[in-house]
Write a protein that binds this ligand. Structure first.
Ligand SMILES: [Ca+2]
Length: 620
């Protein structure tokens, strides 16, 4: 039996006592087997008098929508494909189905908001939530290069025959994505799911960059005139282009879920073994209820290794960036990727974490994330001509050295073959490309075996702390704990040398806090009874070898639980913020308490999609 995920309260400020009591009562009722609510708080008109779990702004919006009975777009998760009684209810109550996604068993529906709560009570309905916006996990824009992929290429591993689904802003036609022998594009399938655009071309400029990091072959740069060869990790892999983000990098749950559904459908046709999701939105509910998480789990169960960005909220002031991993990167089955800065050298010895890379644990479920980190700062990859990003940031376009555009990029905005971008969006495809190499080497590997190999072999000689600077000179202290670096830095050569094929589920663990001792421990039991969890079950996959001793105090471990930090070690600022005290004592903002009470997703800016960080925000 896994531990209750909502722990009791500790060290709360008085102002929160009332809300805390409500939450304690709610979590107690959950503990005694009452089913989880089947509808998200922010679409439930029946609980208007109860403001817990909603920010003031969200409550205002809900009140207004309920009083006007506004039509809203929701995602309905179902436990059955055929649902005649549900359909009858929907038809007679003005709810219309926009998309019926049978493989993930989710429906996109438009409903009058006051009908949503009754809809959630119908038979076979697992959960109803708003169709929420998602956005590219782009931090900002700038240069670098690969991660020792040449070792793999010399051994003949280049991604040949592996299909990688890229759910992003589309992929532009680019010579570096062609097969040089035939001239045929290696973008073997394109479809648009976003609200604008037609055929999957990239109007924003993010998806082409991501596709290039996975599978660009560097042909344009190799022809000469550039400072380097800007090839991706798996330069012969095929790309399945499923466009979910519009010309401004925005999208919705429903477009992403529809694209996941399509990827599962096309898996065998295009040998889709990897799915790259450099997209993110805030965490609103447990991953067990979140329709985006449930959809990526459907892909995982279909045998696709799902690789997801951690998010770019590591600078969130209230928590020092902890608790800011975005969805669907909060799902324990997928591989969630944070971003390092290569410091413009090929050696890992001087690599540091970026200040913006989102940190775990996840809100609500307290899943230990990210799983691994990889280079994401100032990455050179493919430019989509005339895209929004290239027009807006011409200084980050990369022209040949002798081109007049190099000295006056603004006069050539939108025309470069390459561009420099930063973010966990860029780190994620580095891992996706690596997964393609591993699967070419051994096509029998399962998504769990791939994840276990990557995490076990991740490089763990990072420093205990470092101070990093953004481009404006602001400094950030980074603690290299498991919520910041996961299992360590991606190491392609080590992953290819590993021969482990453990049997079980590579579920990212849950972190629990003991309210009496204040100790925080790693829960290595499974999400459901009967799961065989890889960590701790074999001598080669002990938690201490996967995450490294630096972040574990194994002396107090009792088998399934391993102590991360006991009370006597809870001393640094980050620890105090994480484990049980109110943030209002830190910066006066709304409380975000990761353990034991409600949270306010507005308090960290993980829902401020579209505001974007400006030019000075990447790390130096
Ligand atoms: Ca380096």
């Amino acid at each position: 039996m896994s531990k209750q995920k909502s722990g009791p309260l500790l060290g709360l400020s008085k102002g929160w006592a009332f809300v805390s009591l409500l939450v304690l009562l709610m979590s107690t009722s959950v503990a005694y087997g009452k089913p989880r609510p089947r509808i998200a708080r922010d679409v439930d008109c029946s609980k208007l008098n109860d403001t817990s779990g909603l920010s003031k702004r969200e409550h205002r919006q809900l009140s207004r929508a309920c009083s006007l009975n506004t039509r809203v777009r929701v995602i309905v998760q179902l436990s059955a494909i055929s649902t005649p009684a549900f359909d009858r209810f929907a038809n007679s109550n003005g709810a219309s189905t926009k998309r019926n996604l049978r493989r993930v068993q989710e429906r996109v529906m438009d409903v009058p908001i006051r009908v949503a709560e009754r809809l959630a009570q119908q038979k076979h309905v697992r959960y109803v939530s708003l169709d929420r916006p998602v956005q590219a996990s782009l931090d900002q824009v700038t240069p670098a290069e690969g991660v020792g992929a040449a070792v793999a290429w010399q051994s003949g591993y280049d991604g040949s025959g592996i299909g990688v689904a890229v759910l992003d802003s589309g992929v532009a036609n680019h010579p570096d994505l062609q097969d040089p022998a035939t001239g045929q594009s290696r973008v073997v399938y394109s479809e648009n799911f976003a609200s604008d655009g037609g055929n999957g071309t990239d109007l924003y400029g993010h998806g082409t960059h991501v596709a290039g990091i996975i599978a660009g072959n560097g042909a344009t740069s190799a022809a000469g005139g550039f400072e380097g060869n800007f090839a991706g990790i798996a330069p012969k892999a095929n790309i399945i282009n499923l466009r979910v983000l519009d010309a401004n990098g925005g999208g919705t749950d429903s477009s992403v879920i529809a694209a996941i559904d399509r990827a599962i459908e096309l898996k065998d046709k295009y040998n889709i073994r990897v799915m790259n999701l450099s997209v993110a939105r805030g965490v609103y509910e447990s991953y067990k209820d979140d329709p985006l998480d449930q959809a990526v789990e459907a892909a995982y169960r279909a045998g696709i290794t799902v690789v997801v960005a951690a998010g770019n909220y590591g600078r969130a002031a209230g928590t020092n960036g902890y608790g800011t991993v975005t969805a669907p990167g909060n799902d324990p089955y997928v591989i969630t990727v944070g971003a390092t800065n290569m410091e413009n050298t090929p050696s890992m010895l001087d690599d540091v974490m970026t200040s913006y890379s989102s940190k775990g644990p996840s809100q609500i479920d307290h899943i230990v994330k990210p799983d691994i980190v990889a280079p994401g700062n100032r990455i050179i990859s493919l430019n989509a001509p005339s895209s929004t990003l290239s027009e807006e940031y011409p200084a980050q376009e990369v022209f040949p050295d002798n081109s007049p555009c190099q000295s006056n990029p603004a006069s050539c905005a939108g025309t470069a073959p390459y561009m420099i971008l930063s973010g966990t969006s860029m780190a994620t495809p580095v891992v996706s490309g690596t997964v393609a190499l591993l699967l070419q080497q051994d096509p029998t590997l399962t998504p769990d075996q791939v994840k276990a190999r990557l995490m076990k072999t991740a490089w763990k000689q990072y420093p205990p702390t470092s101070v990093v600077y953004d481009a404006s000179g602001t400094s950030y202290l980074i603690n290299y704990d498991m919520f910041t670096v996961g299992a360590g830095y991606l190491d392609i050569a080590a992953a290819l040398q590993d021969t482990d094929k453990p049997v079980g589920v590579a579920l990212s663990p849950t972190a629990n806090m003991d309210p009496t001792s204040g100790s925080v421990s790693l829960d290595l039991s499974g999400a459901s009874t009967g799961d065989i969890i890889l960590w701790g079950t074999s001598t080669t996959l002990q938690a201490s070898s996967v995450w490294g001793n630096q972040v574990l105090d194994t002396s107090a471990g009792d088998g399934s639980n391993i102590i991360l930090w006991g009370t006597n070690t809870v001393s640094s600022d980050a620890d105090i913020i994480l484990w049980g005290t109110s943030l209002s004592s830190v910066d006066g903002s709304d409380s975000i308490i990761l353990w034991g009470t409600s949270f306010d997703p507005n308090a960290v800016d993980i829902i401020l999609w579209g505001t974007g960080l400006t030019g000075a925000s990447w790390d130096n």
